[in-house]
Design a protein around this ligand. Structure first.
Ligand code: 5AD
Ligand code: SF4
Length: 470
């Protein structure tokens, strides 16, 4: 069913569900629980905050476990096949919970369900999923959920593009002191392997005033770190009136009182302007970290990937960044096993890793995504070859990342204490300006504030530190 509702007052539906939940609260003394499981990127994580914001207006309260929830939301990703497989695995387990608790609501949303074949599969084999909606109509959740409650039937509402305001939803932020802000949606780059442009639509930038207003409101609410989100922030402003660029927007955000740290994700190497380098350099509160996805170090592969830069131009950009901002940390994404990739191409990627000296990298095995140009390309690489190349990439990367990590030891940095460490409750976890992760002893009272931390030891992927006085 592809329903496109005419104008409806979503607030009425929020109120209707709130009234039902309020009744339950009066009967049981407990607010109904919501458990949201998010896959994929920061854009999806931020969508989940908006979904939870809506649900909390409807009277739900975050709970720790699926077993305690009245509503379970899977906000899915389809960038790689294994993310989809995990969702199907989880749904299989939820079926049992659903059969034990007839009132439990199961919601499936996000990128994965923008694909027709997936929706067909859900319709056929996962009838117990109550509500399914895509990436363009999160704001319709109250209407869809209420309709399901009233009819007890599976409600599917997938739009093929953006038609209504996407940014005025109340986010239930995971952290009080840091927040993500969408500056744009979608992607126009059509990298040959990537499904994002098909499931998140054409690139559309948000008006600068709307972004500034949101950041000002966040700062007033105690947020000290803001991450500006877009699939390619460098092309921000395209299609907007006037002469707006990402560099200009970043400069304006940096002037907002109370914003002590600004991060941004993701930059495409093809259009990283000199003006942007200057803005990062000249604003102390813009973090000295750039995530600059390489994908491959072979110009031939980059061309087939439709990345629109060469090995040489990538290296030139890195040199410019390092010359202007010597302490900048550069991290990346790398895909191994793109169709037609040879051992020599892989060696080129390895050479580039050595030249750039990345502070961190997300490494991926190429995943064939139906509908993308790469899926139809000849010479898909066999698993064994990919595994061999992938191991070689990791064996090159990890010692480099370790050396950069080690260069922090002995120095003291300003760290934003973010949370109790997930692996050791006696420790706090925080981040340096350059995005390095550090664990250190400290009480929960420090969470959300900046502390001076001396780095005393390091592992490849994190640092160990201790709080210094003053
Ligand atoms: N297979 C493997 N990795 C992919 N990415 C995007 N599409 C694919 C795919 N089909 C990776 C890219 C991108 C990151 C977000 O995900 O490296 O930068
Ligand atoms: Fe995908 Fe390329 Fe767009 Fe990134 S820039 S979301 S990899 S198409």
């Amino acid at each position: 069913m592809q329903s496109e509702q005419n104008y409806v007052n979503v607030d009425d539906y929020i109120q209707n569900i709130y009234t039902k939940n309020r009744q339950k609260y009066i009967e049981t003394g407990k607010k109904p629980g919501m458990k949201c499981i998010t896959y994929g990127c920061q854009a999806n994580a931020h969508d989940s905050e908006k979904i939870c914001g809506l649900l909390s207006k409807m009277g739900y309260e975050v709970c720790g476990h699926e077993e305690d929830a009245a509503i379970i939301i899977y906000n899915t990703c389809c960038v790689r096949e294994n993310a989809e497989n995990r969702v199907f695995g989880n749904l299989g387990q939820i079926k049992k919970l659903k059969s034990e608790n007839k009132d439990l609501k199961v919601i499936l949303c996000g990128c994965m369900v923008q694909q027709d074949a997936i929706v067909e599969k859900i319709k056929q084999s996962y009838r117990f999923v109550d509500v399914i909606f895509g990436t363009f109509n999160l704001h319709k959740l109250p209407v869809l959920l209420y309709t399901n409650m009233e009819t007890n039937s599976q409600i599917i509402d997938i739009w093929q593009g953006a038609k209504e305001a996407e940014d005025d939803l109340p986010a239930l932020r995971e952290f009080k002191f840091k927040a993500s802000v969408n500056i744009m949606h979608g992607c126009d780059n059509f990298c040959a392997y990537c499904i994002v442009p098909y499931v998140r639509g054409r690139e559309r930038s948000r008006a600068p005033e709307s972004i500034i207003n949101e950041v000002e409101a966040l700062a007033k609410d105690g947020v000290v770190e803001v991450t500006l989100l877009g699939q390619n922030v460098n092309s921000y402003g395209k299609g907007l009136p006037g002469n707006v660029s990402f560099a200009n927007l970043l400069g304006r955000v940096a002037k907002i009182d109370g914003v002590k740290r600004i991060r941004f994700m993701t930059s495409h190497p093809k259009d990283f302007s000199d003006e942007l380098i200057e803005t990062i350099k000249s604003n102390d509160n813009v973090c000295k970290h750039v995530h600059l996805p390489l994908q491959s170090g072979s110009t031939a592969v980059l061309e087939k990937m439709n990345r629109k830069y060469s090995k040489e131009s990538y290296l030139e950009l890195v040199s410019k960044l390092r010359e202007a901002i010597p302490n900048i940390a550069i991290t990346t994404d790398i895909i191994t096993g793109f169709p037609g990739e040879t051992d020599i191409d892989n060696e080129e990627t390895i050479n580039l890793i050595k030249k750039v000296q990345y502070a961190g990298a997300f490494t991926f095995i190429y995943s064939k995504r139906t509908g993308t140009p790469a899926a139809a390309m000849d010479c898909q690489i066999d698993e064994e070859t990919i595994k061999r190349r992938f191991d070689k990439i990791l064996n090159t990367l990890n010692p480099i990342v370790y050396e950069i990590s080690k260069s922090h030891v002995g120095n003291t940095y300003e760290v934003l204490a973010e949370e109790v460490s997930k692996s050791d409750t006696g420790l706090l976890t925080g981040r340096l300006d350059d995005n390095s992760l550090v664990h250190f002893k400290g009480g929960e009272a420090f969470i959300g504030s900046f502390v001076n931390v001396k780095i005393i030891d390091c592992k490849t992927f994190y640092l160990m530190g201790k709080i210094m006085e003053g």
